[in-house]
Design a protein around this ligand. Structure first.
Ligand code: ADP
Ligand code: MG
Length: 477
């Protein structure tokens, strides 16, 4: 397959979601799809050598992953320098030796402008309104999307969210340290950035330092090598708010842990705020010195759980709305049901569907979603049981599983039961009598009748059709 500008747009869009607007605008947006493409490769052009090298070093893997996600095939990536190629926009921080001081937009020849418009009209990379971008004192660019406003709350994360918000808004030290822990992709980094962003906005004078624990370790080790541990200590001990992300990596790293402990104590003694995240509670961290463990637990430790189904649906809804995408109820339900343990994966799956739909200019349907995301669900690929059908159908209609076995005949019970029987016939290899047995010992004629009725209703009643559609997404893999 030969890549064209039209293919590049959804790939670029996916990249903008993965990398964040800042990195995207700086490095990916200026890239152009080269005119000459060979099969099996993607040839891009960067306006400067500096830019090319940077992209190759830092983003080639991400670009290749996105290519595979969008077009479902892996390509090799070639980036060449073409200063003449009027790259649409060059970030102001990167000099373009070809045209040093010319304001690009006005200077671009009309024909080029026209052509550009034509090419990118159908699928322009959507760009939400410009948000202010904050950088911490140690030069960390905060992700503009990671705000409190963009964080969807539910039972699973309400406590973490409220605590984070209280800390961000409080003039006083309320919880110190604040430790946020939980599995990957559940919003820990998001909340941390949200706190940092809020403080940067309301207290620009406060010195906020944010880094990963790997970075902390790296800085510490190089300060040892450069014999500059004094300045290392100074640097950290002069901050107002220290945020260290994924602190579990410090556990087991003797000297770094020791230094971290001292920094930590010094800051706490000076009544400076410390915020940490980890993938598990300090109690569960092996190789953590007891004294550090107990100090970590001396403030507020808060677990962030996987959002429940409703919250997952709300996250999808928020995200789809923000991208101006109409996501069918059946597709949303399918995603939220299948991807239950990681919000990042949930977003990734949604991005993949959106990118594909932009590329093919087709709507996202349950079928296309199931097909596109097959690989994500391969692990679940077992055949479904009648038990499971009964459980899911009961859950969907908010009735008791026991009612699947009962003889109650009221419509709001009998109809779901019939639907469950219908699915049992469709999705398992059980016979009518076997299915009857699994539904509280009913006669095979009852099952046959149920199957016939639902067959008819699917055609006649749009709401039954919708229910069946959604349930099908939940039940089929
Ligand atoms: P962690 O640091 O816990 O591994 P992140 O904070 O990086 O996870 O979150 C992963 C992705 O999921 C991010 O894009 C984040 O915005 C999103 N996310 C997680 N939780 C929520 C939520 N409750 N509402 C909206 N987005 C969320
Ligand atoms: Mg994180």
């Amino acid at each position: 397959m030969q890549i064209t500008e039209l293919h590049w747009q959804p790939i670029a869009e996916l990249l903008s979601q993965k990398l964040g607007q800042v990195a995207f605008d700086s490095w990916i947006k200026p890239l152009k799809v080269a005119n000459d493409q060979e099969a099996g490769s993607l040839n891009l052009e960067a306006p400067t050598k500096f830019m090319k090298d940077w992209v190759v070093r830092n983003y080639s893997q991400e670009i290749l992953n996105s290519v595979t996600e969008v077009i479902g095939q892996s390509l090799t990536l070639n980036i060449s320098v073409n200063a003449e190629a009027a790259a649409p926009i060059t970030p102001s921080s990167v000099s373009n030796p070809a045209k040093p001081a010319t304001p690009k937009k006005e200077a671009a020849p009309k024909a080029v402008e026209e052509k550009k418009k034509q090419v990118s009209a159908p699928t322009t990379v959507s760009k939400p309104e410009k948000k202010q971008v904050f950088t911490t004192r140690n030069g960390m660019v905060l992700e503009p999307k990671f705000t409190f406003d963009n964080f969807v709350t539910g039972k699973s994360n309400n406590f973490a969210y409220s605590a984070a918000k209280a800390i961000a808004e409080s003039e006083e030290l309320i919880y110190n340290p604040f430790v946020l822990y939980g599995g990957v992709g559940l919003g820990k980094t998001h909340l941390m950035h949200a706190i940092a962003q809020h403080i940067a906005e309301t207290h620009p004078d406060r010195k906020v330092v944010y880094m990963s624990s790997e970075k902390f370790m790296h800085k510490f080790v190089s300060s040892l090598q450069n014999k500059s541990t004094m300045s290392f200590k100074e640097e950290f001990r002069s901050v107002d708010l220290l945020m260290i992300d994924d602190v579990q990596f410090i556990a087991g790293k003797g000297a770094t842990q020791e230094e971290f402990f001292h920094t930590f104590n010094a800051l706490v003694d000076m009544r400076k705020q410390i915020i940490l995240t980890a993938d598990r509670s300090p109690h569960e961290m092996d190789n953590l010195e007891d004294r550090l463990r107990s100090r970590l637990g001396s403030g507020l430790t808060c677990e962030i759980h996987m959002p429940d189904l409703e919250t997952r649906l709300a996250i999808l809804d928020t995200k789809a709305k923000s991208l101006d995408i109409d996501l069918g109820k059946d597709v949303a339900m399918f995603l939220a049901d299948k991807i239950a343990s990681n919000v990042r994966e949930l977003e990734g799956a949604l991005n993949r569907l959106i990118a594909h739909s932009k590329l093919t200019q087709r709507e996202i349907t349950l079928e296309s979603a199931q097909d596109l995301l097959k690989d994500l669900f391969r692990v679940y690929n077992q055949t479904i049981t009648i038990d499971e059908i009964q459980r899911k159908v009961a859950e969907y209609f908010k009735i008791k599983v026991a009612d699947m076995h009962s003889a109650r005949r009221s419509r709001d019970i009998a109809r779901p039961r019939q639907i469950a029987m219908w699915f049992s016939k469709q999705l398992t290899s059980k016979s009518f009598p076997d299915i009857g047995k699994s539904f509280g010992g009913k006669d095979h004629t009852t099952v046959m009748h149920a199957v016939k009725s639902i067959d008819k209703l699917v055609d006649a009643d749009p709401s039954v059709k919708e229910d069946i559609g959604i349930l099908k997404g939940l039940l089929t893999r």
